[in-house]
Design a protein around this ligand. Structure first.
Ligand SMILES: Cc1cc2nc3c(=O)[nH]c(=O)nc-3n(C[C@H](O)[C@H](O)[C@H](O)COP(=O)(O)OP(=O)(O)OC[C@H]3O[C@@H](n4cnc5c(N)ncnc54)[C@H](O)[C@@H]3O)c2cc1C
Ligand code: SF4
Length: 330
């Protein structure tokens, strides 16, 4: 699988990078390259040039203040795993980073690349030869989706491990473009569209520069749980991130739940607060809440397992995440 020819730019400043991205057509930003290079080999993307962020020092900064952690988008997952302060203040972030791919890939992979990860589908993540036997689907320029058979819409699944955790923590992200810099909530970065799942992929001409993660209040427990087919190295079939706080009577004071792997973006589960707030955290309550949460997920057959299996397993993963965060044995 040879790569197509492309130009390569590695500017030393963010301003230069933004200008290049907006002046030259059909470029691709490369961070660690752990996902992008596979896409290039499979001819899923055929950019005229790669724009590397590797030489921009400001994107590699890690800054702790009293209330929050700010990570540059080029901070690697290995750096996150090795940080004792992240382990202490934001344990689910470390847990999710640890669950990504393998040690070698985590050494290369960045947090920005994880947040900007493309969606995945069994008809999409294949070689160009494999795909040519069926013809292009909507995501690769065809008229309809091979999963639904008809619609001009893509339902490929968003399978990054870290975004649900950061959404549960209430993270915000910094973007830089020709109009200057802006900060938005991470939840608003995703549009639930399989073809172009985030504002940058949808063509905003921006670069993700940093992530601001507020430290949870005292007493908040956070957990990330993931289920995958191959335990050694695999994307999540489903991942669930929970942040919750119990009061003195062991009742839920606050809870947030966000899932990955089941839709074209991270899914923030709305019912979880209504179902569990004020409830004493017991196994029955947890199973009921997990069942209600799983109803909000609408997986399609974009992976090798059936949507029904995915929903069933989601219920278990969600229940385990809530129970672990609340210190309950199911
Ligand atoms: C075998 C294998 C297993 C994997 N398993 C997992 C897994 O279990 N969980 C998981 O979450 N991921 C997994 N991955 C995917 C990938 O390794 C990680 O998601 C990684 O964090 C991506 O980061 P990167 O820096 O390598 O991104 P890159 O590959 O460099 O980029 C990924 C995408 O993000 C865009 N991008 C990157 N940085 C920016 C930026 N700052 N601004 C704008 N756009 C940007 C790129 O243009 C590209 O579209 C796996 C990959 C492989 C090859
Ligand atoms: S969900 Fe449909 S359009 Fe999207 S990648 Fe899969 S087959 Fe293609």
């Amino acid at each position: 699988m040879r790569l197509n020819e492309f130009d390569y730019y590695d500017p030393a400043t963010l301003e230069e990078a933004v200008e290049l991205l907006n002046q030259k057509a059909n470029g691709a930003i490369i961070a660690g390259g752990s996902d992008l290079l596979v896409a290039l080999k499979q001819k899923l993307q055929t950019p005229n040039y790669l724009l590397s962020l590797d030489k921009i020092p400001s994107l590699k900064k890690v800054k702790f203040t009293e209330n929050k952690l700010t990570l540059g988008s080029m901070v690697t997952l290995d750096d996150i795993i090795k940080s004792s302060l992240i382990q202490e203040k934001l344990p689910a972030l470390k847990q999710a980073a640890w669950e990504v791919a393998s040690p070698l890939l985590r050494y290369q992979a960045t947090i920005g690349g994880n947040l900007c990860l493309n969606t995945r589908c069994r008809f999409y993540n294949q070689t160009s030869f494999w795909r040519s036997t069926r013809g292009p689907c909507f995501k690769t320029g065809g008229k309809s989706c091979h999963v639904t058979g008809t619609e001009e819409r893509c339902y490929a699944a968003f399978c990054a491990d870290i975004p649900p955790v950061l959404i549960a923590y209430g993270a915000r992200i910094n973007l830089a473009g020709m109009q200057g810099a802006r900060t938005i909530s991470l939840a608003d970065f995703y549009n639930g569209e399989g073809r172009f799942p985030n504002v940058i992929a949808a063509g905003s001409g921006e670069i993700l520069t940093g992530i601001e993660i507020p430290f949870p209040q005292t007493g908040v427990k956070s957990v990330y749980r993931k289920f995958r087919l191959r335990d050694s190295i695999d994307y999540p079939l489903v991942g669930a991130a929970v942040a919750l706080k119990l009061d003195a009577q062991n009742k839920i004071e606050m809870i947030t739940l966000s899932c990955t792997g089941t839709a074209s973006g991270p899914v923030n589960i709305k019912s979880i607060n209504e179902v569990l707030r004020g409830a004493v955290l017991k196994p029955e309550a947890i199973w009921d809440a997990a069942a209600a949460a799983a109803v909000e997920l609408h997986p399609l057959k974009t992976s090798l397992v059936s949507p029904r299996y995915k929903r069933d397993i989601s219920r278990v993963v969600i229940a385990e995440a809530i129970a672990t965060a609340g210190g309950v044995t199911l």
